[in-house]
Structure formats: C-alpha cells, structure tokens
Write a protein that binds this ligand. Sequence first.
Ligand SMILES: [Zn+2]
Length: 372
Amino acid sequence: VSRVFRCSTCAQEAPWTTPGWRCPCGGPFDLTPPRPGAGLNRAVLQLRPASLWRFREAFPFPAGWTGWRDLSLGEGGTALVVARPDRPDVTVKLELASPTLSFKDRGAVMLIARATLVGASHVVVDSSGNAGTAVAAYAARAGLPCRVFVPSTTSPTKVAQMVAHGADVVPVNGGRAAVAAAAEANAVATGAFYASHVYDPFFFEGTKTFAFEIWEQMGHQVPDVVALPVGNGTLVLGCALGFAELAAAGAISQVPRILAVQSLGCPPLALAFAEESDEPAELEASPTVAEGIAIESPPRGRQVLAAVRRTDGEIIAVSDEEILAARHELAAAGLFVEPTGAVAWAGLTRADLPAGITVVVPLCGAGIKSPG
Ligand SMILES: [Zn+2]
C-alpha cells in the first residue's frame, strides 16, 4: 500500500514525493493510511542492530530502498537507565548520546532521506539549534548543500556544530516565527528542499521510534507515563504516533499518559490545556533558558493538544529556576544536559507523581551544546 500526505486541516492529499512541505491551505500534512504493526515483528527485530533502521518496515520508503545504509549514523538505539537509585521507577532515555547529541537525529535522517528520494539539490532548515545541527550533519553526509536559519540568540556552540558540518548559518532577528518565515521564503526563492521538522511528516516517522524503543527496552511493555518537553511537539507527536501504532497492532493494551512540559516563559500549549482550549493560546513570550522549546505559535499545536488529551495526559509549565535546578540534579547524577533537556525532569518533579508509577523521561540534548 502506497502512502500519501493528507492535510490535517482540509483533507487534501498529495504524493509523499511532493517537494512542498505543507498543504496549499497552510495546514500541516500527515501520512496516511496508517500501517499499524509494520516494522514491529519481534522475531525480525531480534536479529537487527540497535539503530532506528531496525524498524524500517514501519517507514514510508519504497520497498527495497537501501539508501538509508549510506545515510545512517547509527541514530536511535539510545540507552534507558535509572537516573537516581532512589527513584527506580523513573528511567531516562539518553537521547543526548545521539550522533549530533540530540534526539533530532531521529527525524533529521528521515527528512534527508526524503530529500534524496525527491531529487533535492540543496536543503534549507530553520531551527533554534538542534534540528539545524542534525539536518546539517545528514545533509553533509548526503552531499547536499545546507542553509540553516537560526535565531540570532542561538548558542554559539550549536552554530559552531552546524558550521563544522559545512552549513551556511543565517542568524535572524526576531522570534522563532520570523526564523521559520525566512527559511520558507528562501526555500520558495531558491527551490530548496525545506527540511522542516515541524511540517514534514517524515520527521515524526523518525521520532515515533522513540516509543518503539521504549517498548522493546521495557520487555515489550510501556511505562505508565512518558514525560516530554514540548515546544513544536516533534517528540510528543512522534511518541503519540509510535504508541498509537503499538496499540493498534495489539502490541500493548494501553498507551502511556503523556506529561508534556513547557517553559513558563513561553507556554501557549500549557495555557490552552488549562483553559480547555483546542488551539494554542496567543501570548508574548519572555526569555527562557529553554531555547529549544520557546515556540510562541506551534503550527501543529492543535494536534499536540489533541494527542496529549487522547492519552489522558497533561501539559504543564515550569520556571527557569525549576529547569536549572533539574539540570543541576541530573548533572549531580552524572548526566549533563542542556537546559531544554532538563525541562521534562523539572516537570516530573513539579507533577509529583505517586510512588510506583513507571515513568520514562528523555534527556533530549547534551549539556555541552549550551554549557552556559
Ligand atoms: Zn489543507
């Protein structure tokens, strides 16, 4: 069965090979039809190495396509460990040990795979840092010139990482929406492939493997709760997709509740959740240490709110003080994360879940990316 893009707003369809990144109506595309169970054959999985390509039948690439072998940096397959001996029910997944030191590698490899399959000649991306770094790395590997639009406030270490991969880094003044607009305009003007981690549904094909891996690593079970940072929702939506596919395939009987965590400096989804609204709240963000999730108007905000509610989950917000305290606590346990990477841990402390609840928390990005 061949899969297509379908607009989540107006249901218009396009082939997955479309060079466009969203529906002409402005709505984000999803992949359809769903294929629950594909890529989840336990006997097959047992024989394959740890990278996320072990689930390759779950991805929408043409049958027999082997281009991933040259593209892969071994992304995925991150360890799941107890963060603190006094909290054995809480495990952290070490996404910070990904090839470019953040979970974005899972989705970036999918975007560049699609770029090569549609014959892209060059790539543009907008990012607060980690997605741009990941796309720059995989574009370099694919031999595709890459331009990354970033907020002018992006950590110098992240910019250095992109430059090292040969990317042309363009700082933009203004919020994340201004950065995205600059990248879109450049893609239109130059005919570049826009490797959007927000719009392109292939990104979520990568991040859904985060859920698949948890299922395997917990002995084909899932935790009660998964606590995730949320800005654009690329991990929340991928995770929700992955657990939904596991449930639809009969591999699990219940999906974990998603505890999604924002920064109080920029909480449009937490506000909408509290107000029982279906749309992200309109707000003016204040500066926050959690640069990776400071998204005022997440284009898939509606989908994030719906996905979290479907799991009986919750969206909360934490302060910079709580984030930095969480970062310190993790570092004291041997785990150095960037501030955004400590947000979910801070949320877990704030949520104060009863003992005995099993929780998985991703540590999304390495501390060295934003040492401050
Ligand atoms: Zn549409």
